[in-house]
Design a protein around this ligand. Sequence first.
Ligand code: GRF
Length: 177
Amino acid sequence: MIGVLVSGEGSNLQALIDAGLPLAAVASNRTDARGLARAEAAGLPARAFELEQHADRNARDREMADWLQLHDVDLVVLAGYMHLLTPGFLERFPDRVVNVHPSLLPQFPGAHAIDDALAAGVATTGVTVHYVDDGLDTGTVIRQETVEVKPEESLVERIHAVEHRILPEVVAELCAH
Ligand code: GRF
């Protein structure tokens, strides 16, 4: 079963819900993540694990992994989850944590990938779905799709559209394995 981690809007989570994938639980590092409300609306168990409520990141991630496994999660999808996961968390789901990122990694890692691509003046950027390791957007690439930067006004929207299409496709393939 799939567990999804969100920090914000949760539009990628919504794409996974709409694709009818076997989602078991949704967790966040923030109580105010709209993704948690989307999960509840879909009838999914949803819970925030705020850093402030725990001794440290290791303790937080341990509790989050316990909760996910209690819900039979064996594949974790980061859908706009904006915290690095601890090695202790990743060891609980070996080679079963994936992320969607709005650039052609290894170009433009980090939290401002679309702005960074615009600032760099590249003609082409894109979307990457990749395995997560303990680096910042450094894990093995599973799928990439290019997106032309121009017209710039619609770049964000076009990148999100690609995310919402390819993330459910890749997750469905991983579920089958
Ligand atoms: C997406 O662009 C994702 O690639 C990035 O954060 C954004 C999250 O959007 N990591 P949402 O929360 O799924 O709407």
